[in-house]
Design a protein around this ligand. Sequence first.
Ligand code: SAM
Length: 240
Amino acid sequence: IDFGFRTVARTEKQGLVRNVFDSVAGRYDLMNDLMSAGTHRLWKDSLIHTLRPHAHETFLDVAGGTGDIAFRIANAAPGAQITVSDINEAMLAEGRRRADKRGLDLDWVTANAETLPFPDASFNAYTIAFGIRNVTDRMAALREARRVLKPGGRFLCLEFSQLAIKPLDRLYERYSFAVIPRIGQMIAGDRESYQYLVESIRQFPGPDQFAGMMRDAGFAHARYRRMTGGVVALHSGRKL
Ligand code: SAM
């Protein structure tokens, strides 16, 4: 992966991603709130609003971490069957603790988004929030998403994106590089991993390009909606 000023190999990338989430699992909400000024809650609510979950449906939340998306689905559709999967055990363990506290019964599965351990056509909806950016082989993850969806099933992906207005995007880039690694240093004592996170946001494909990747993976109706001026984009598609 070429970030311009240094090259990060695939294994190093996976190591960095693991470090970030190992070091932050317990303070994950605090980090999110600080880095997005609380806005991540609204973005996640917006994903659920678009998803419109029903109790009779089955849901898979990939890179589900500590359960933020899954808990929202459970609130909106009590009784729905929800599986949370993530590559990082520490994040899932924290999620399980939170689910127990809330009295929620969800399935928690350790898995890489690139190779999901579920049969074909298992779920009505696949969600991934702030996760796909960390996946090394994104096309593999998209193909897996389509594989595990039932015909008619929906794919929803929330991810950091590029601001629609170019000069603002350049300011935003400067803000991110100046501020986020410092917050990482203060809260998690880990500057380098947060530097990586900012770089990963900047080198993630633009929303049109990502919609094109969804089409290449076989999704129909691939489209996106920008939020907060393009700080994040919500992509959606359907398996026909
Ligand atoms: N979806 C949750 C949320 O919005 O609060 C967590 C998002 S967190 C920023 C990113 C998550 O992606 C982490 O829990 C990390 O372990 C997970 N992750 C990174 N690479 C992954 C991969 N290849 N497969 C599955 N999960 C992955």
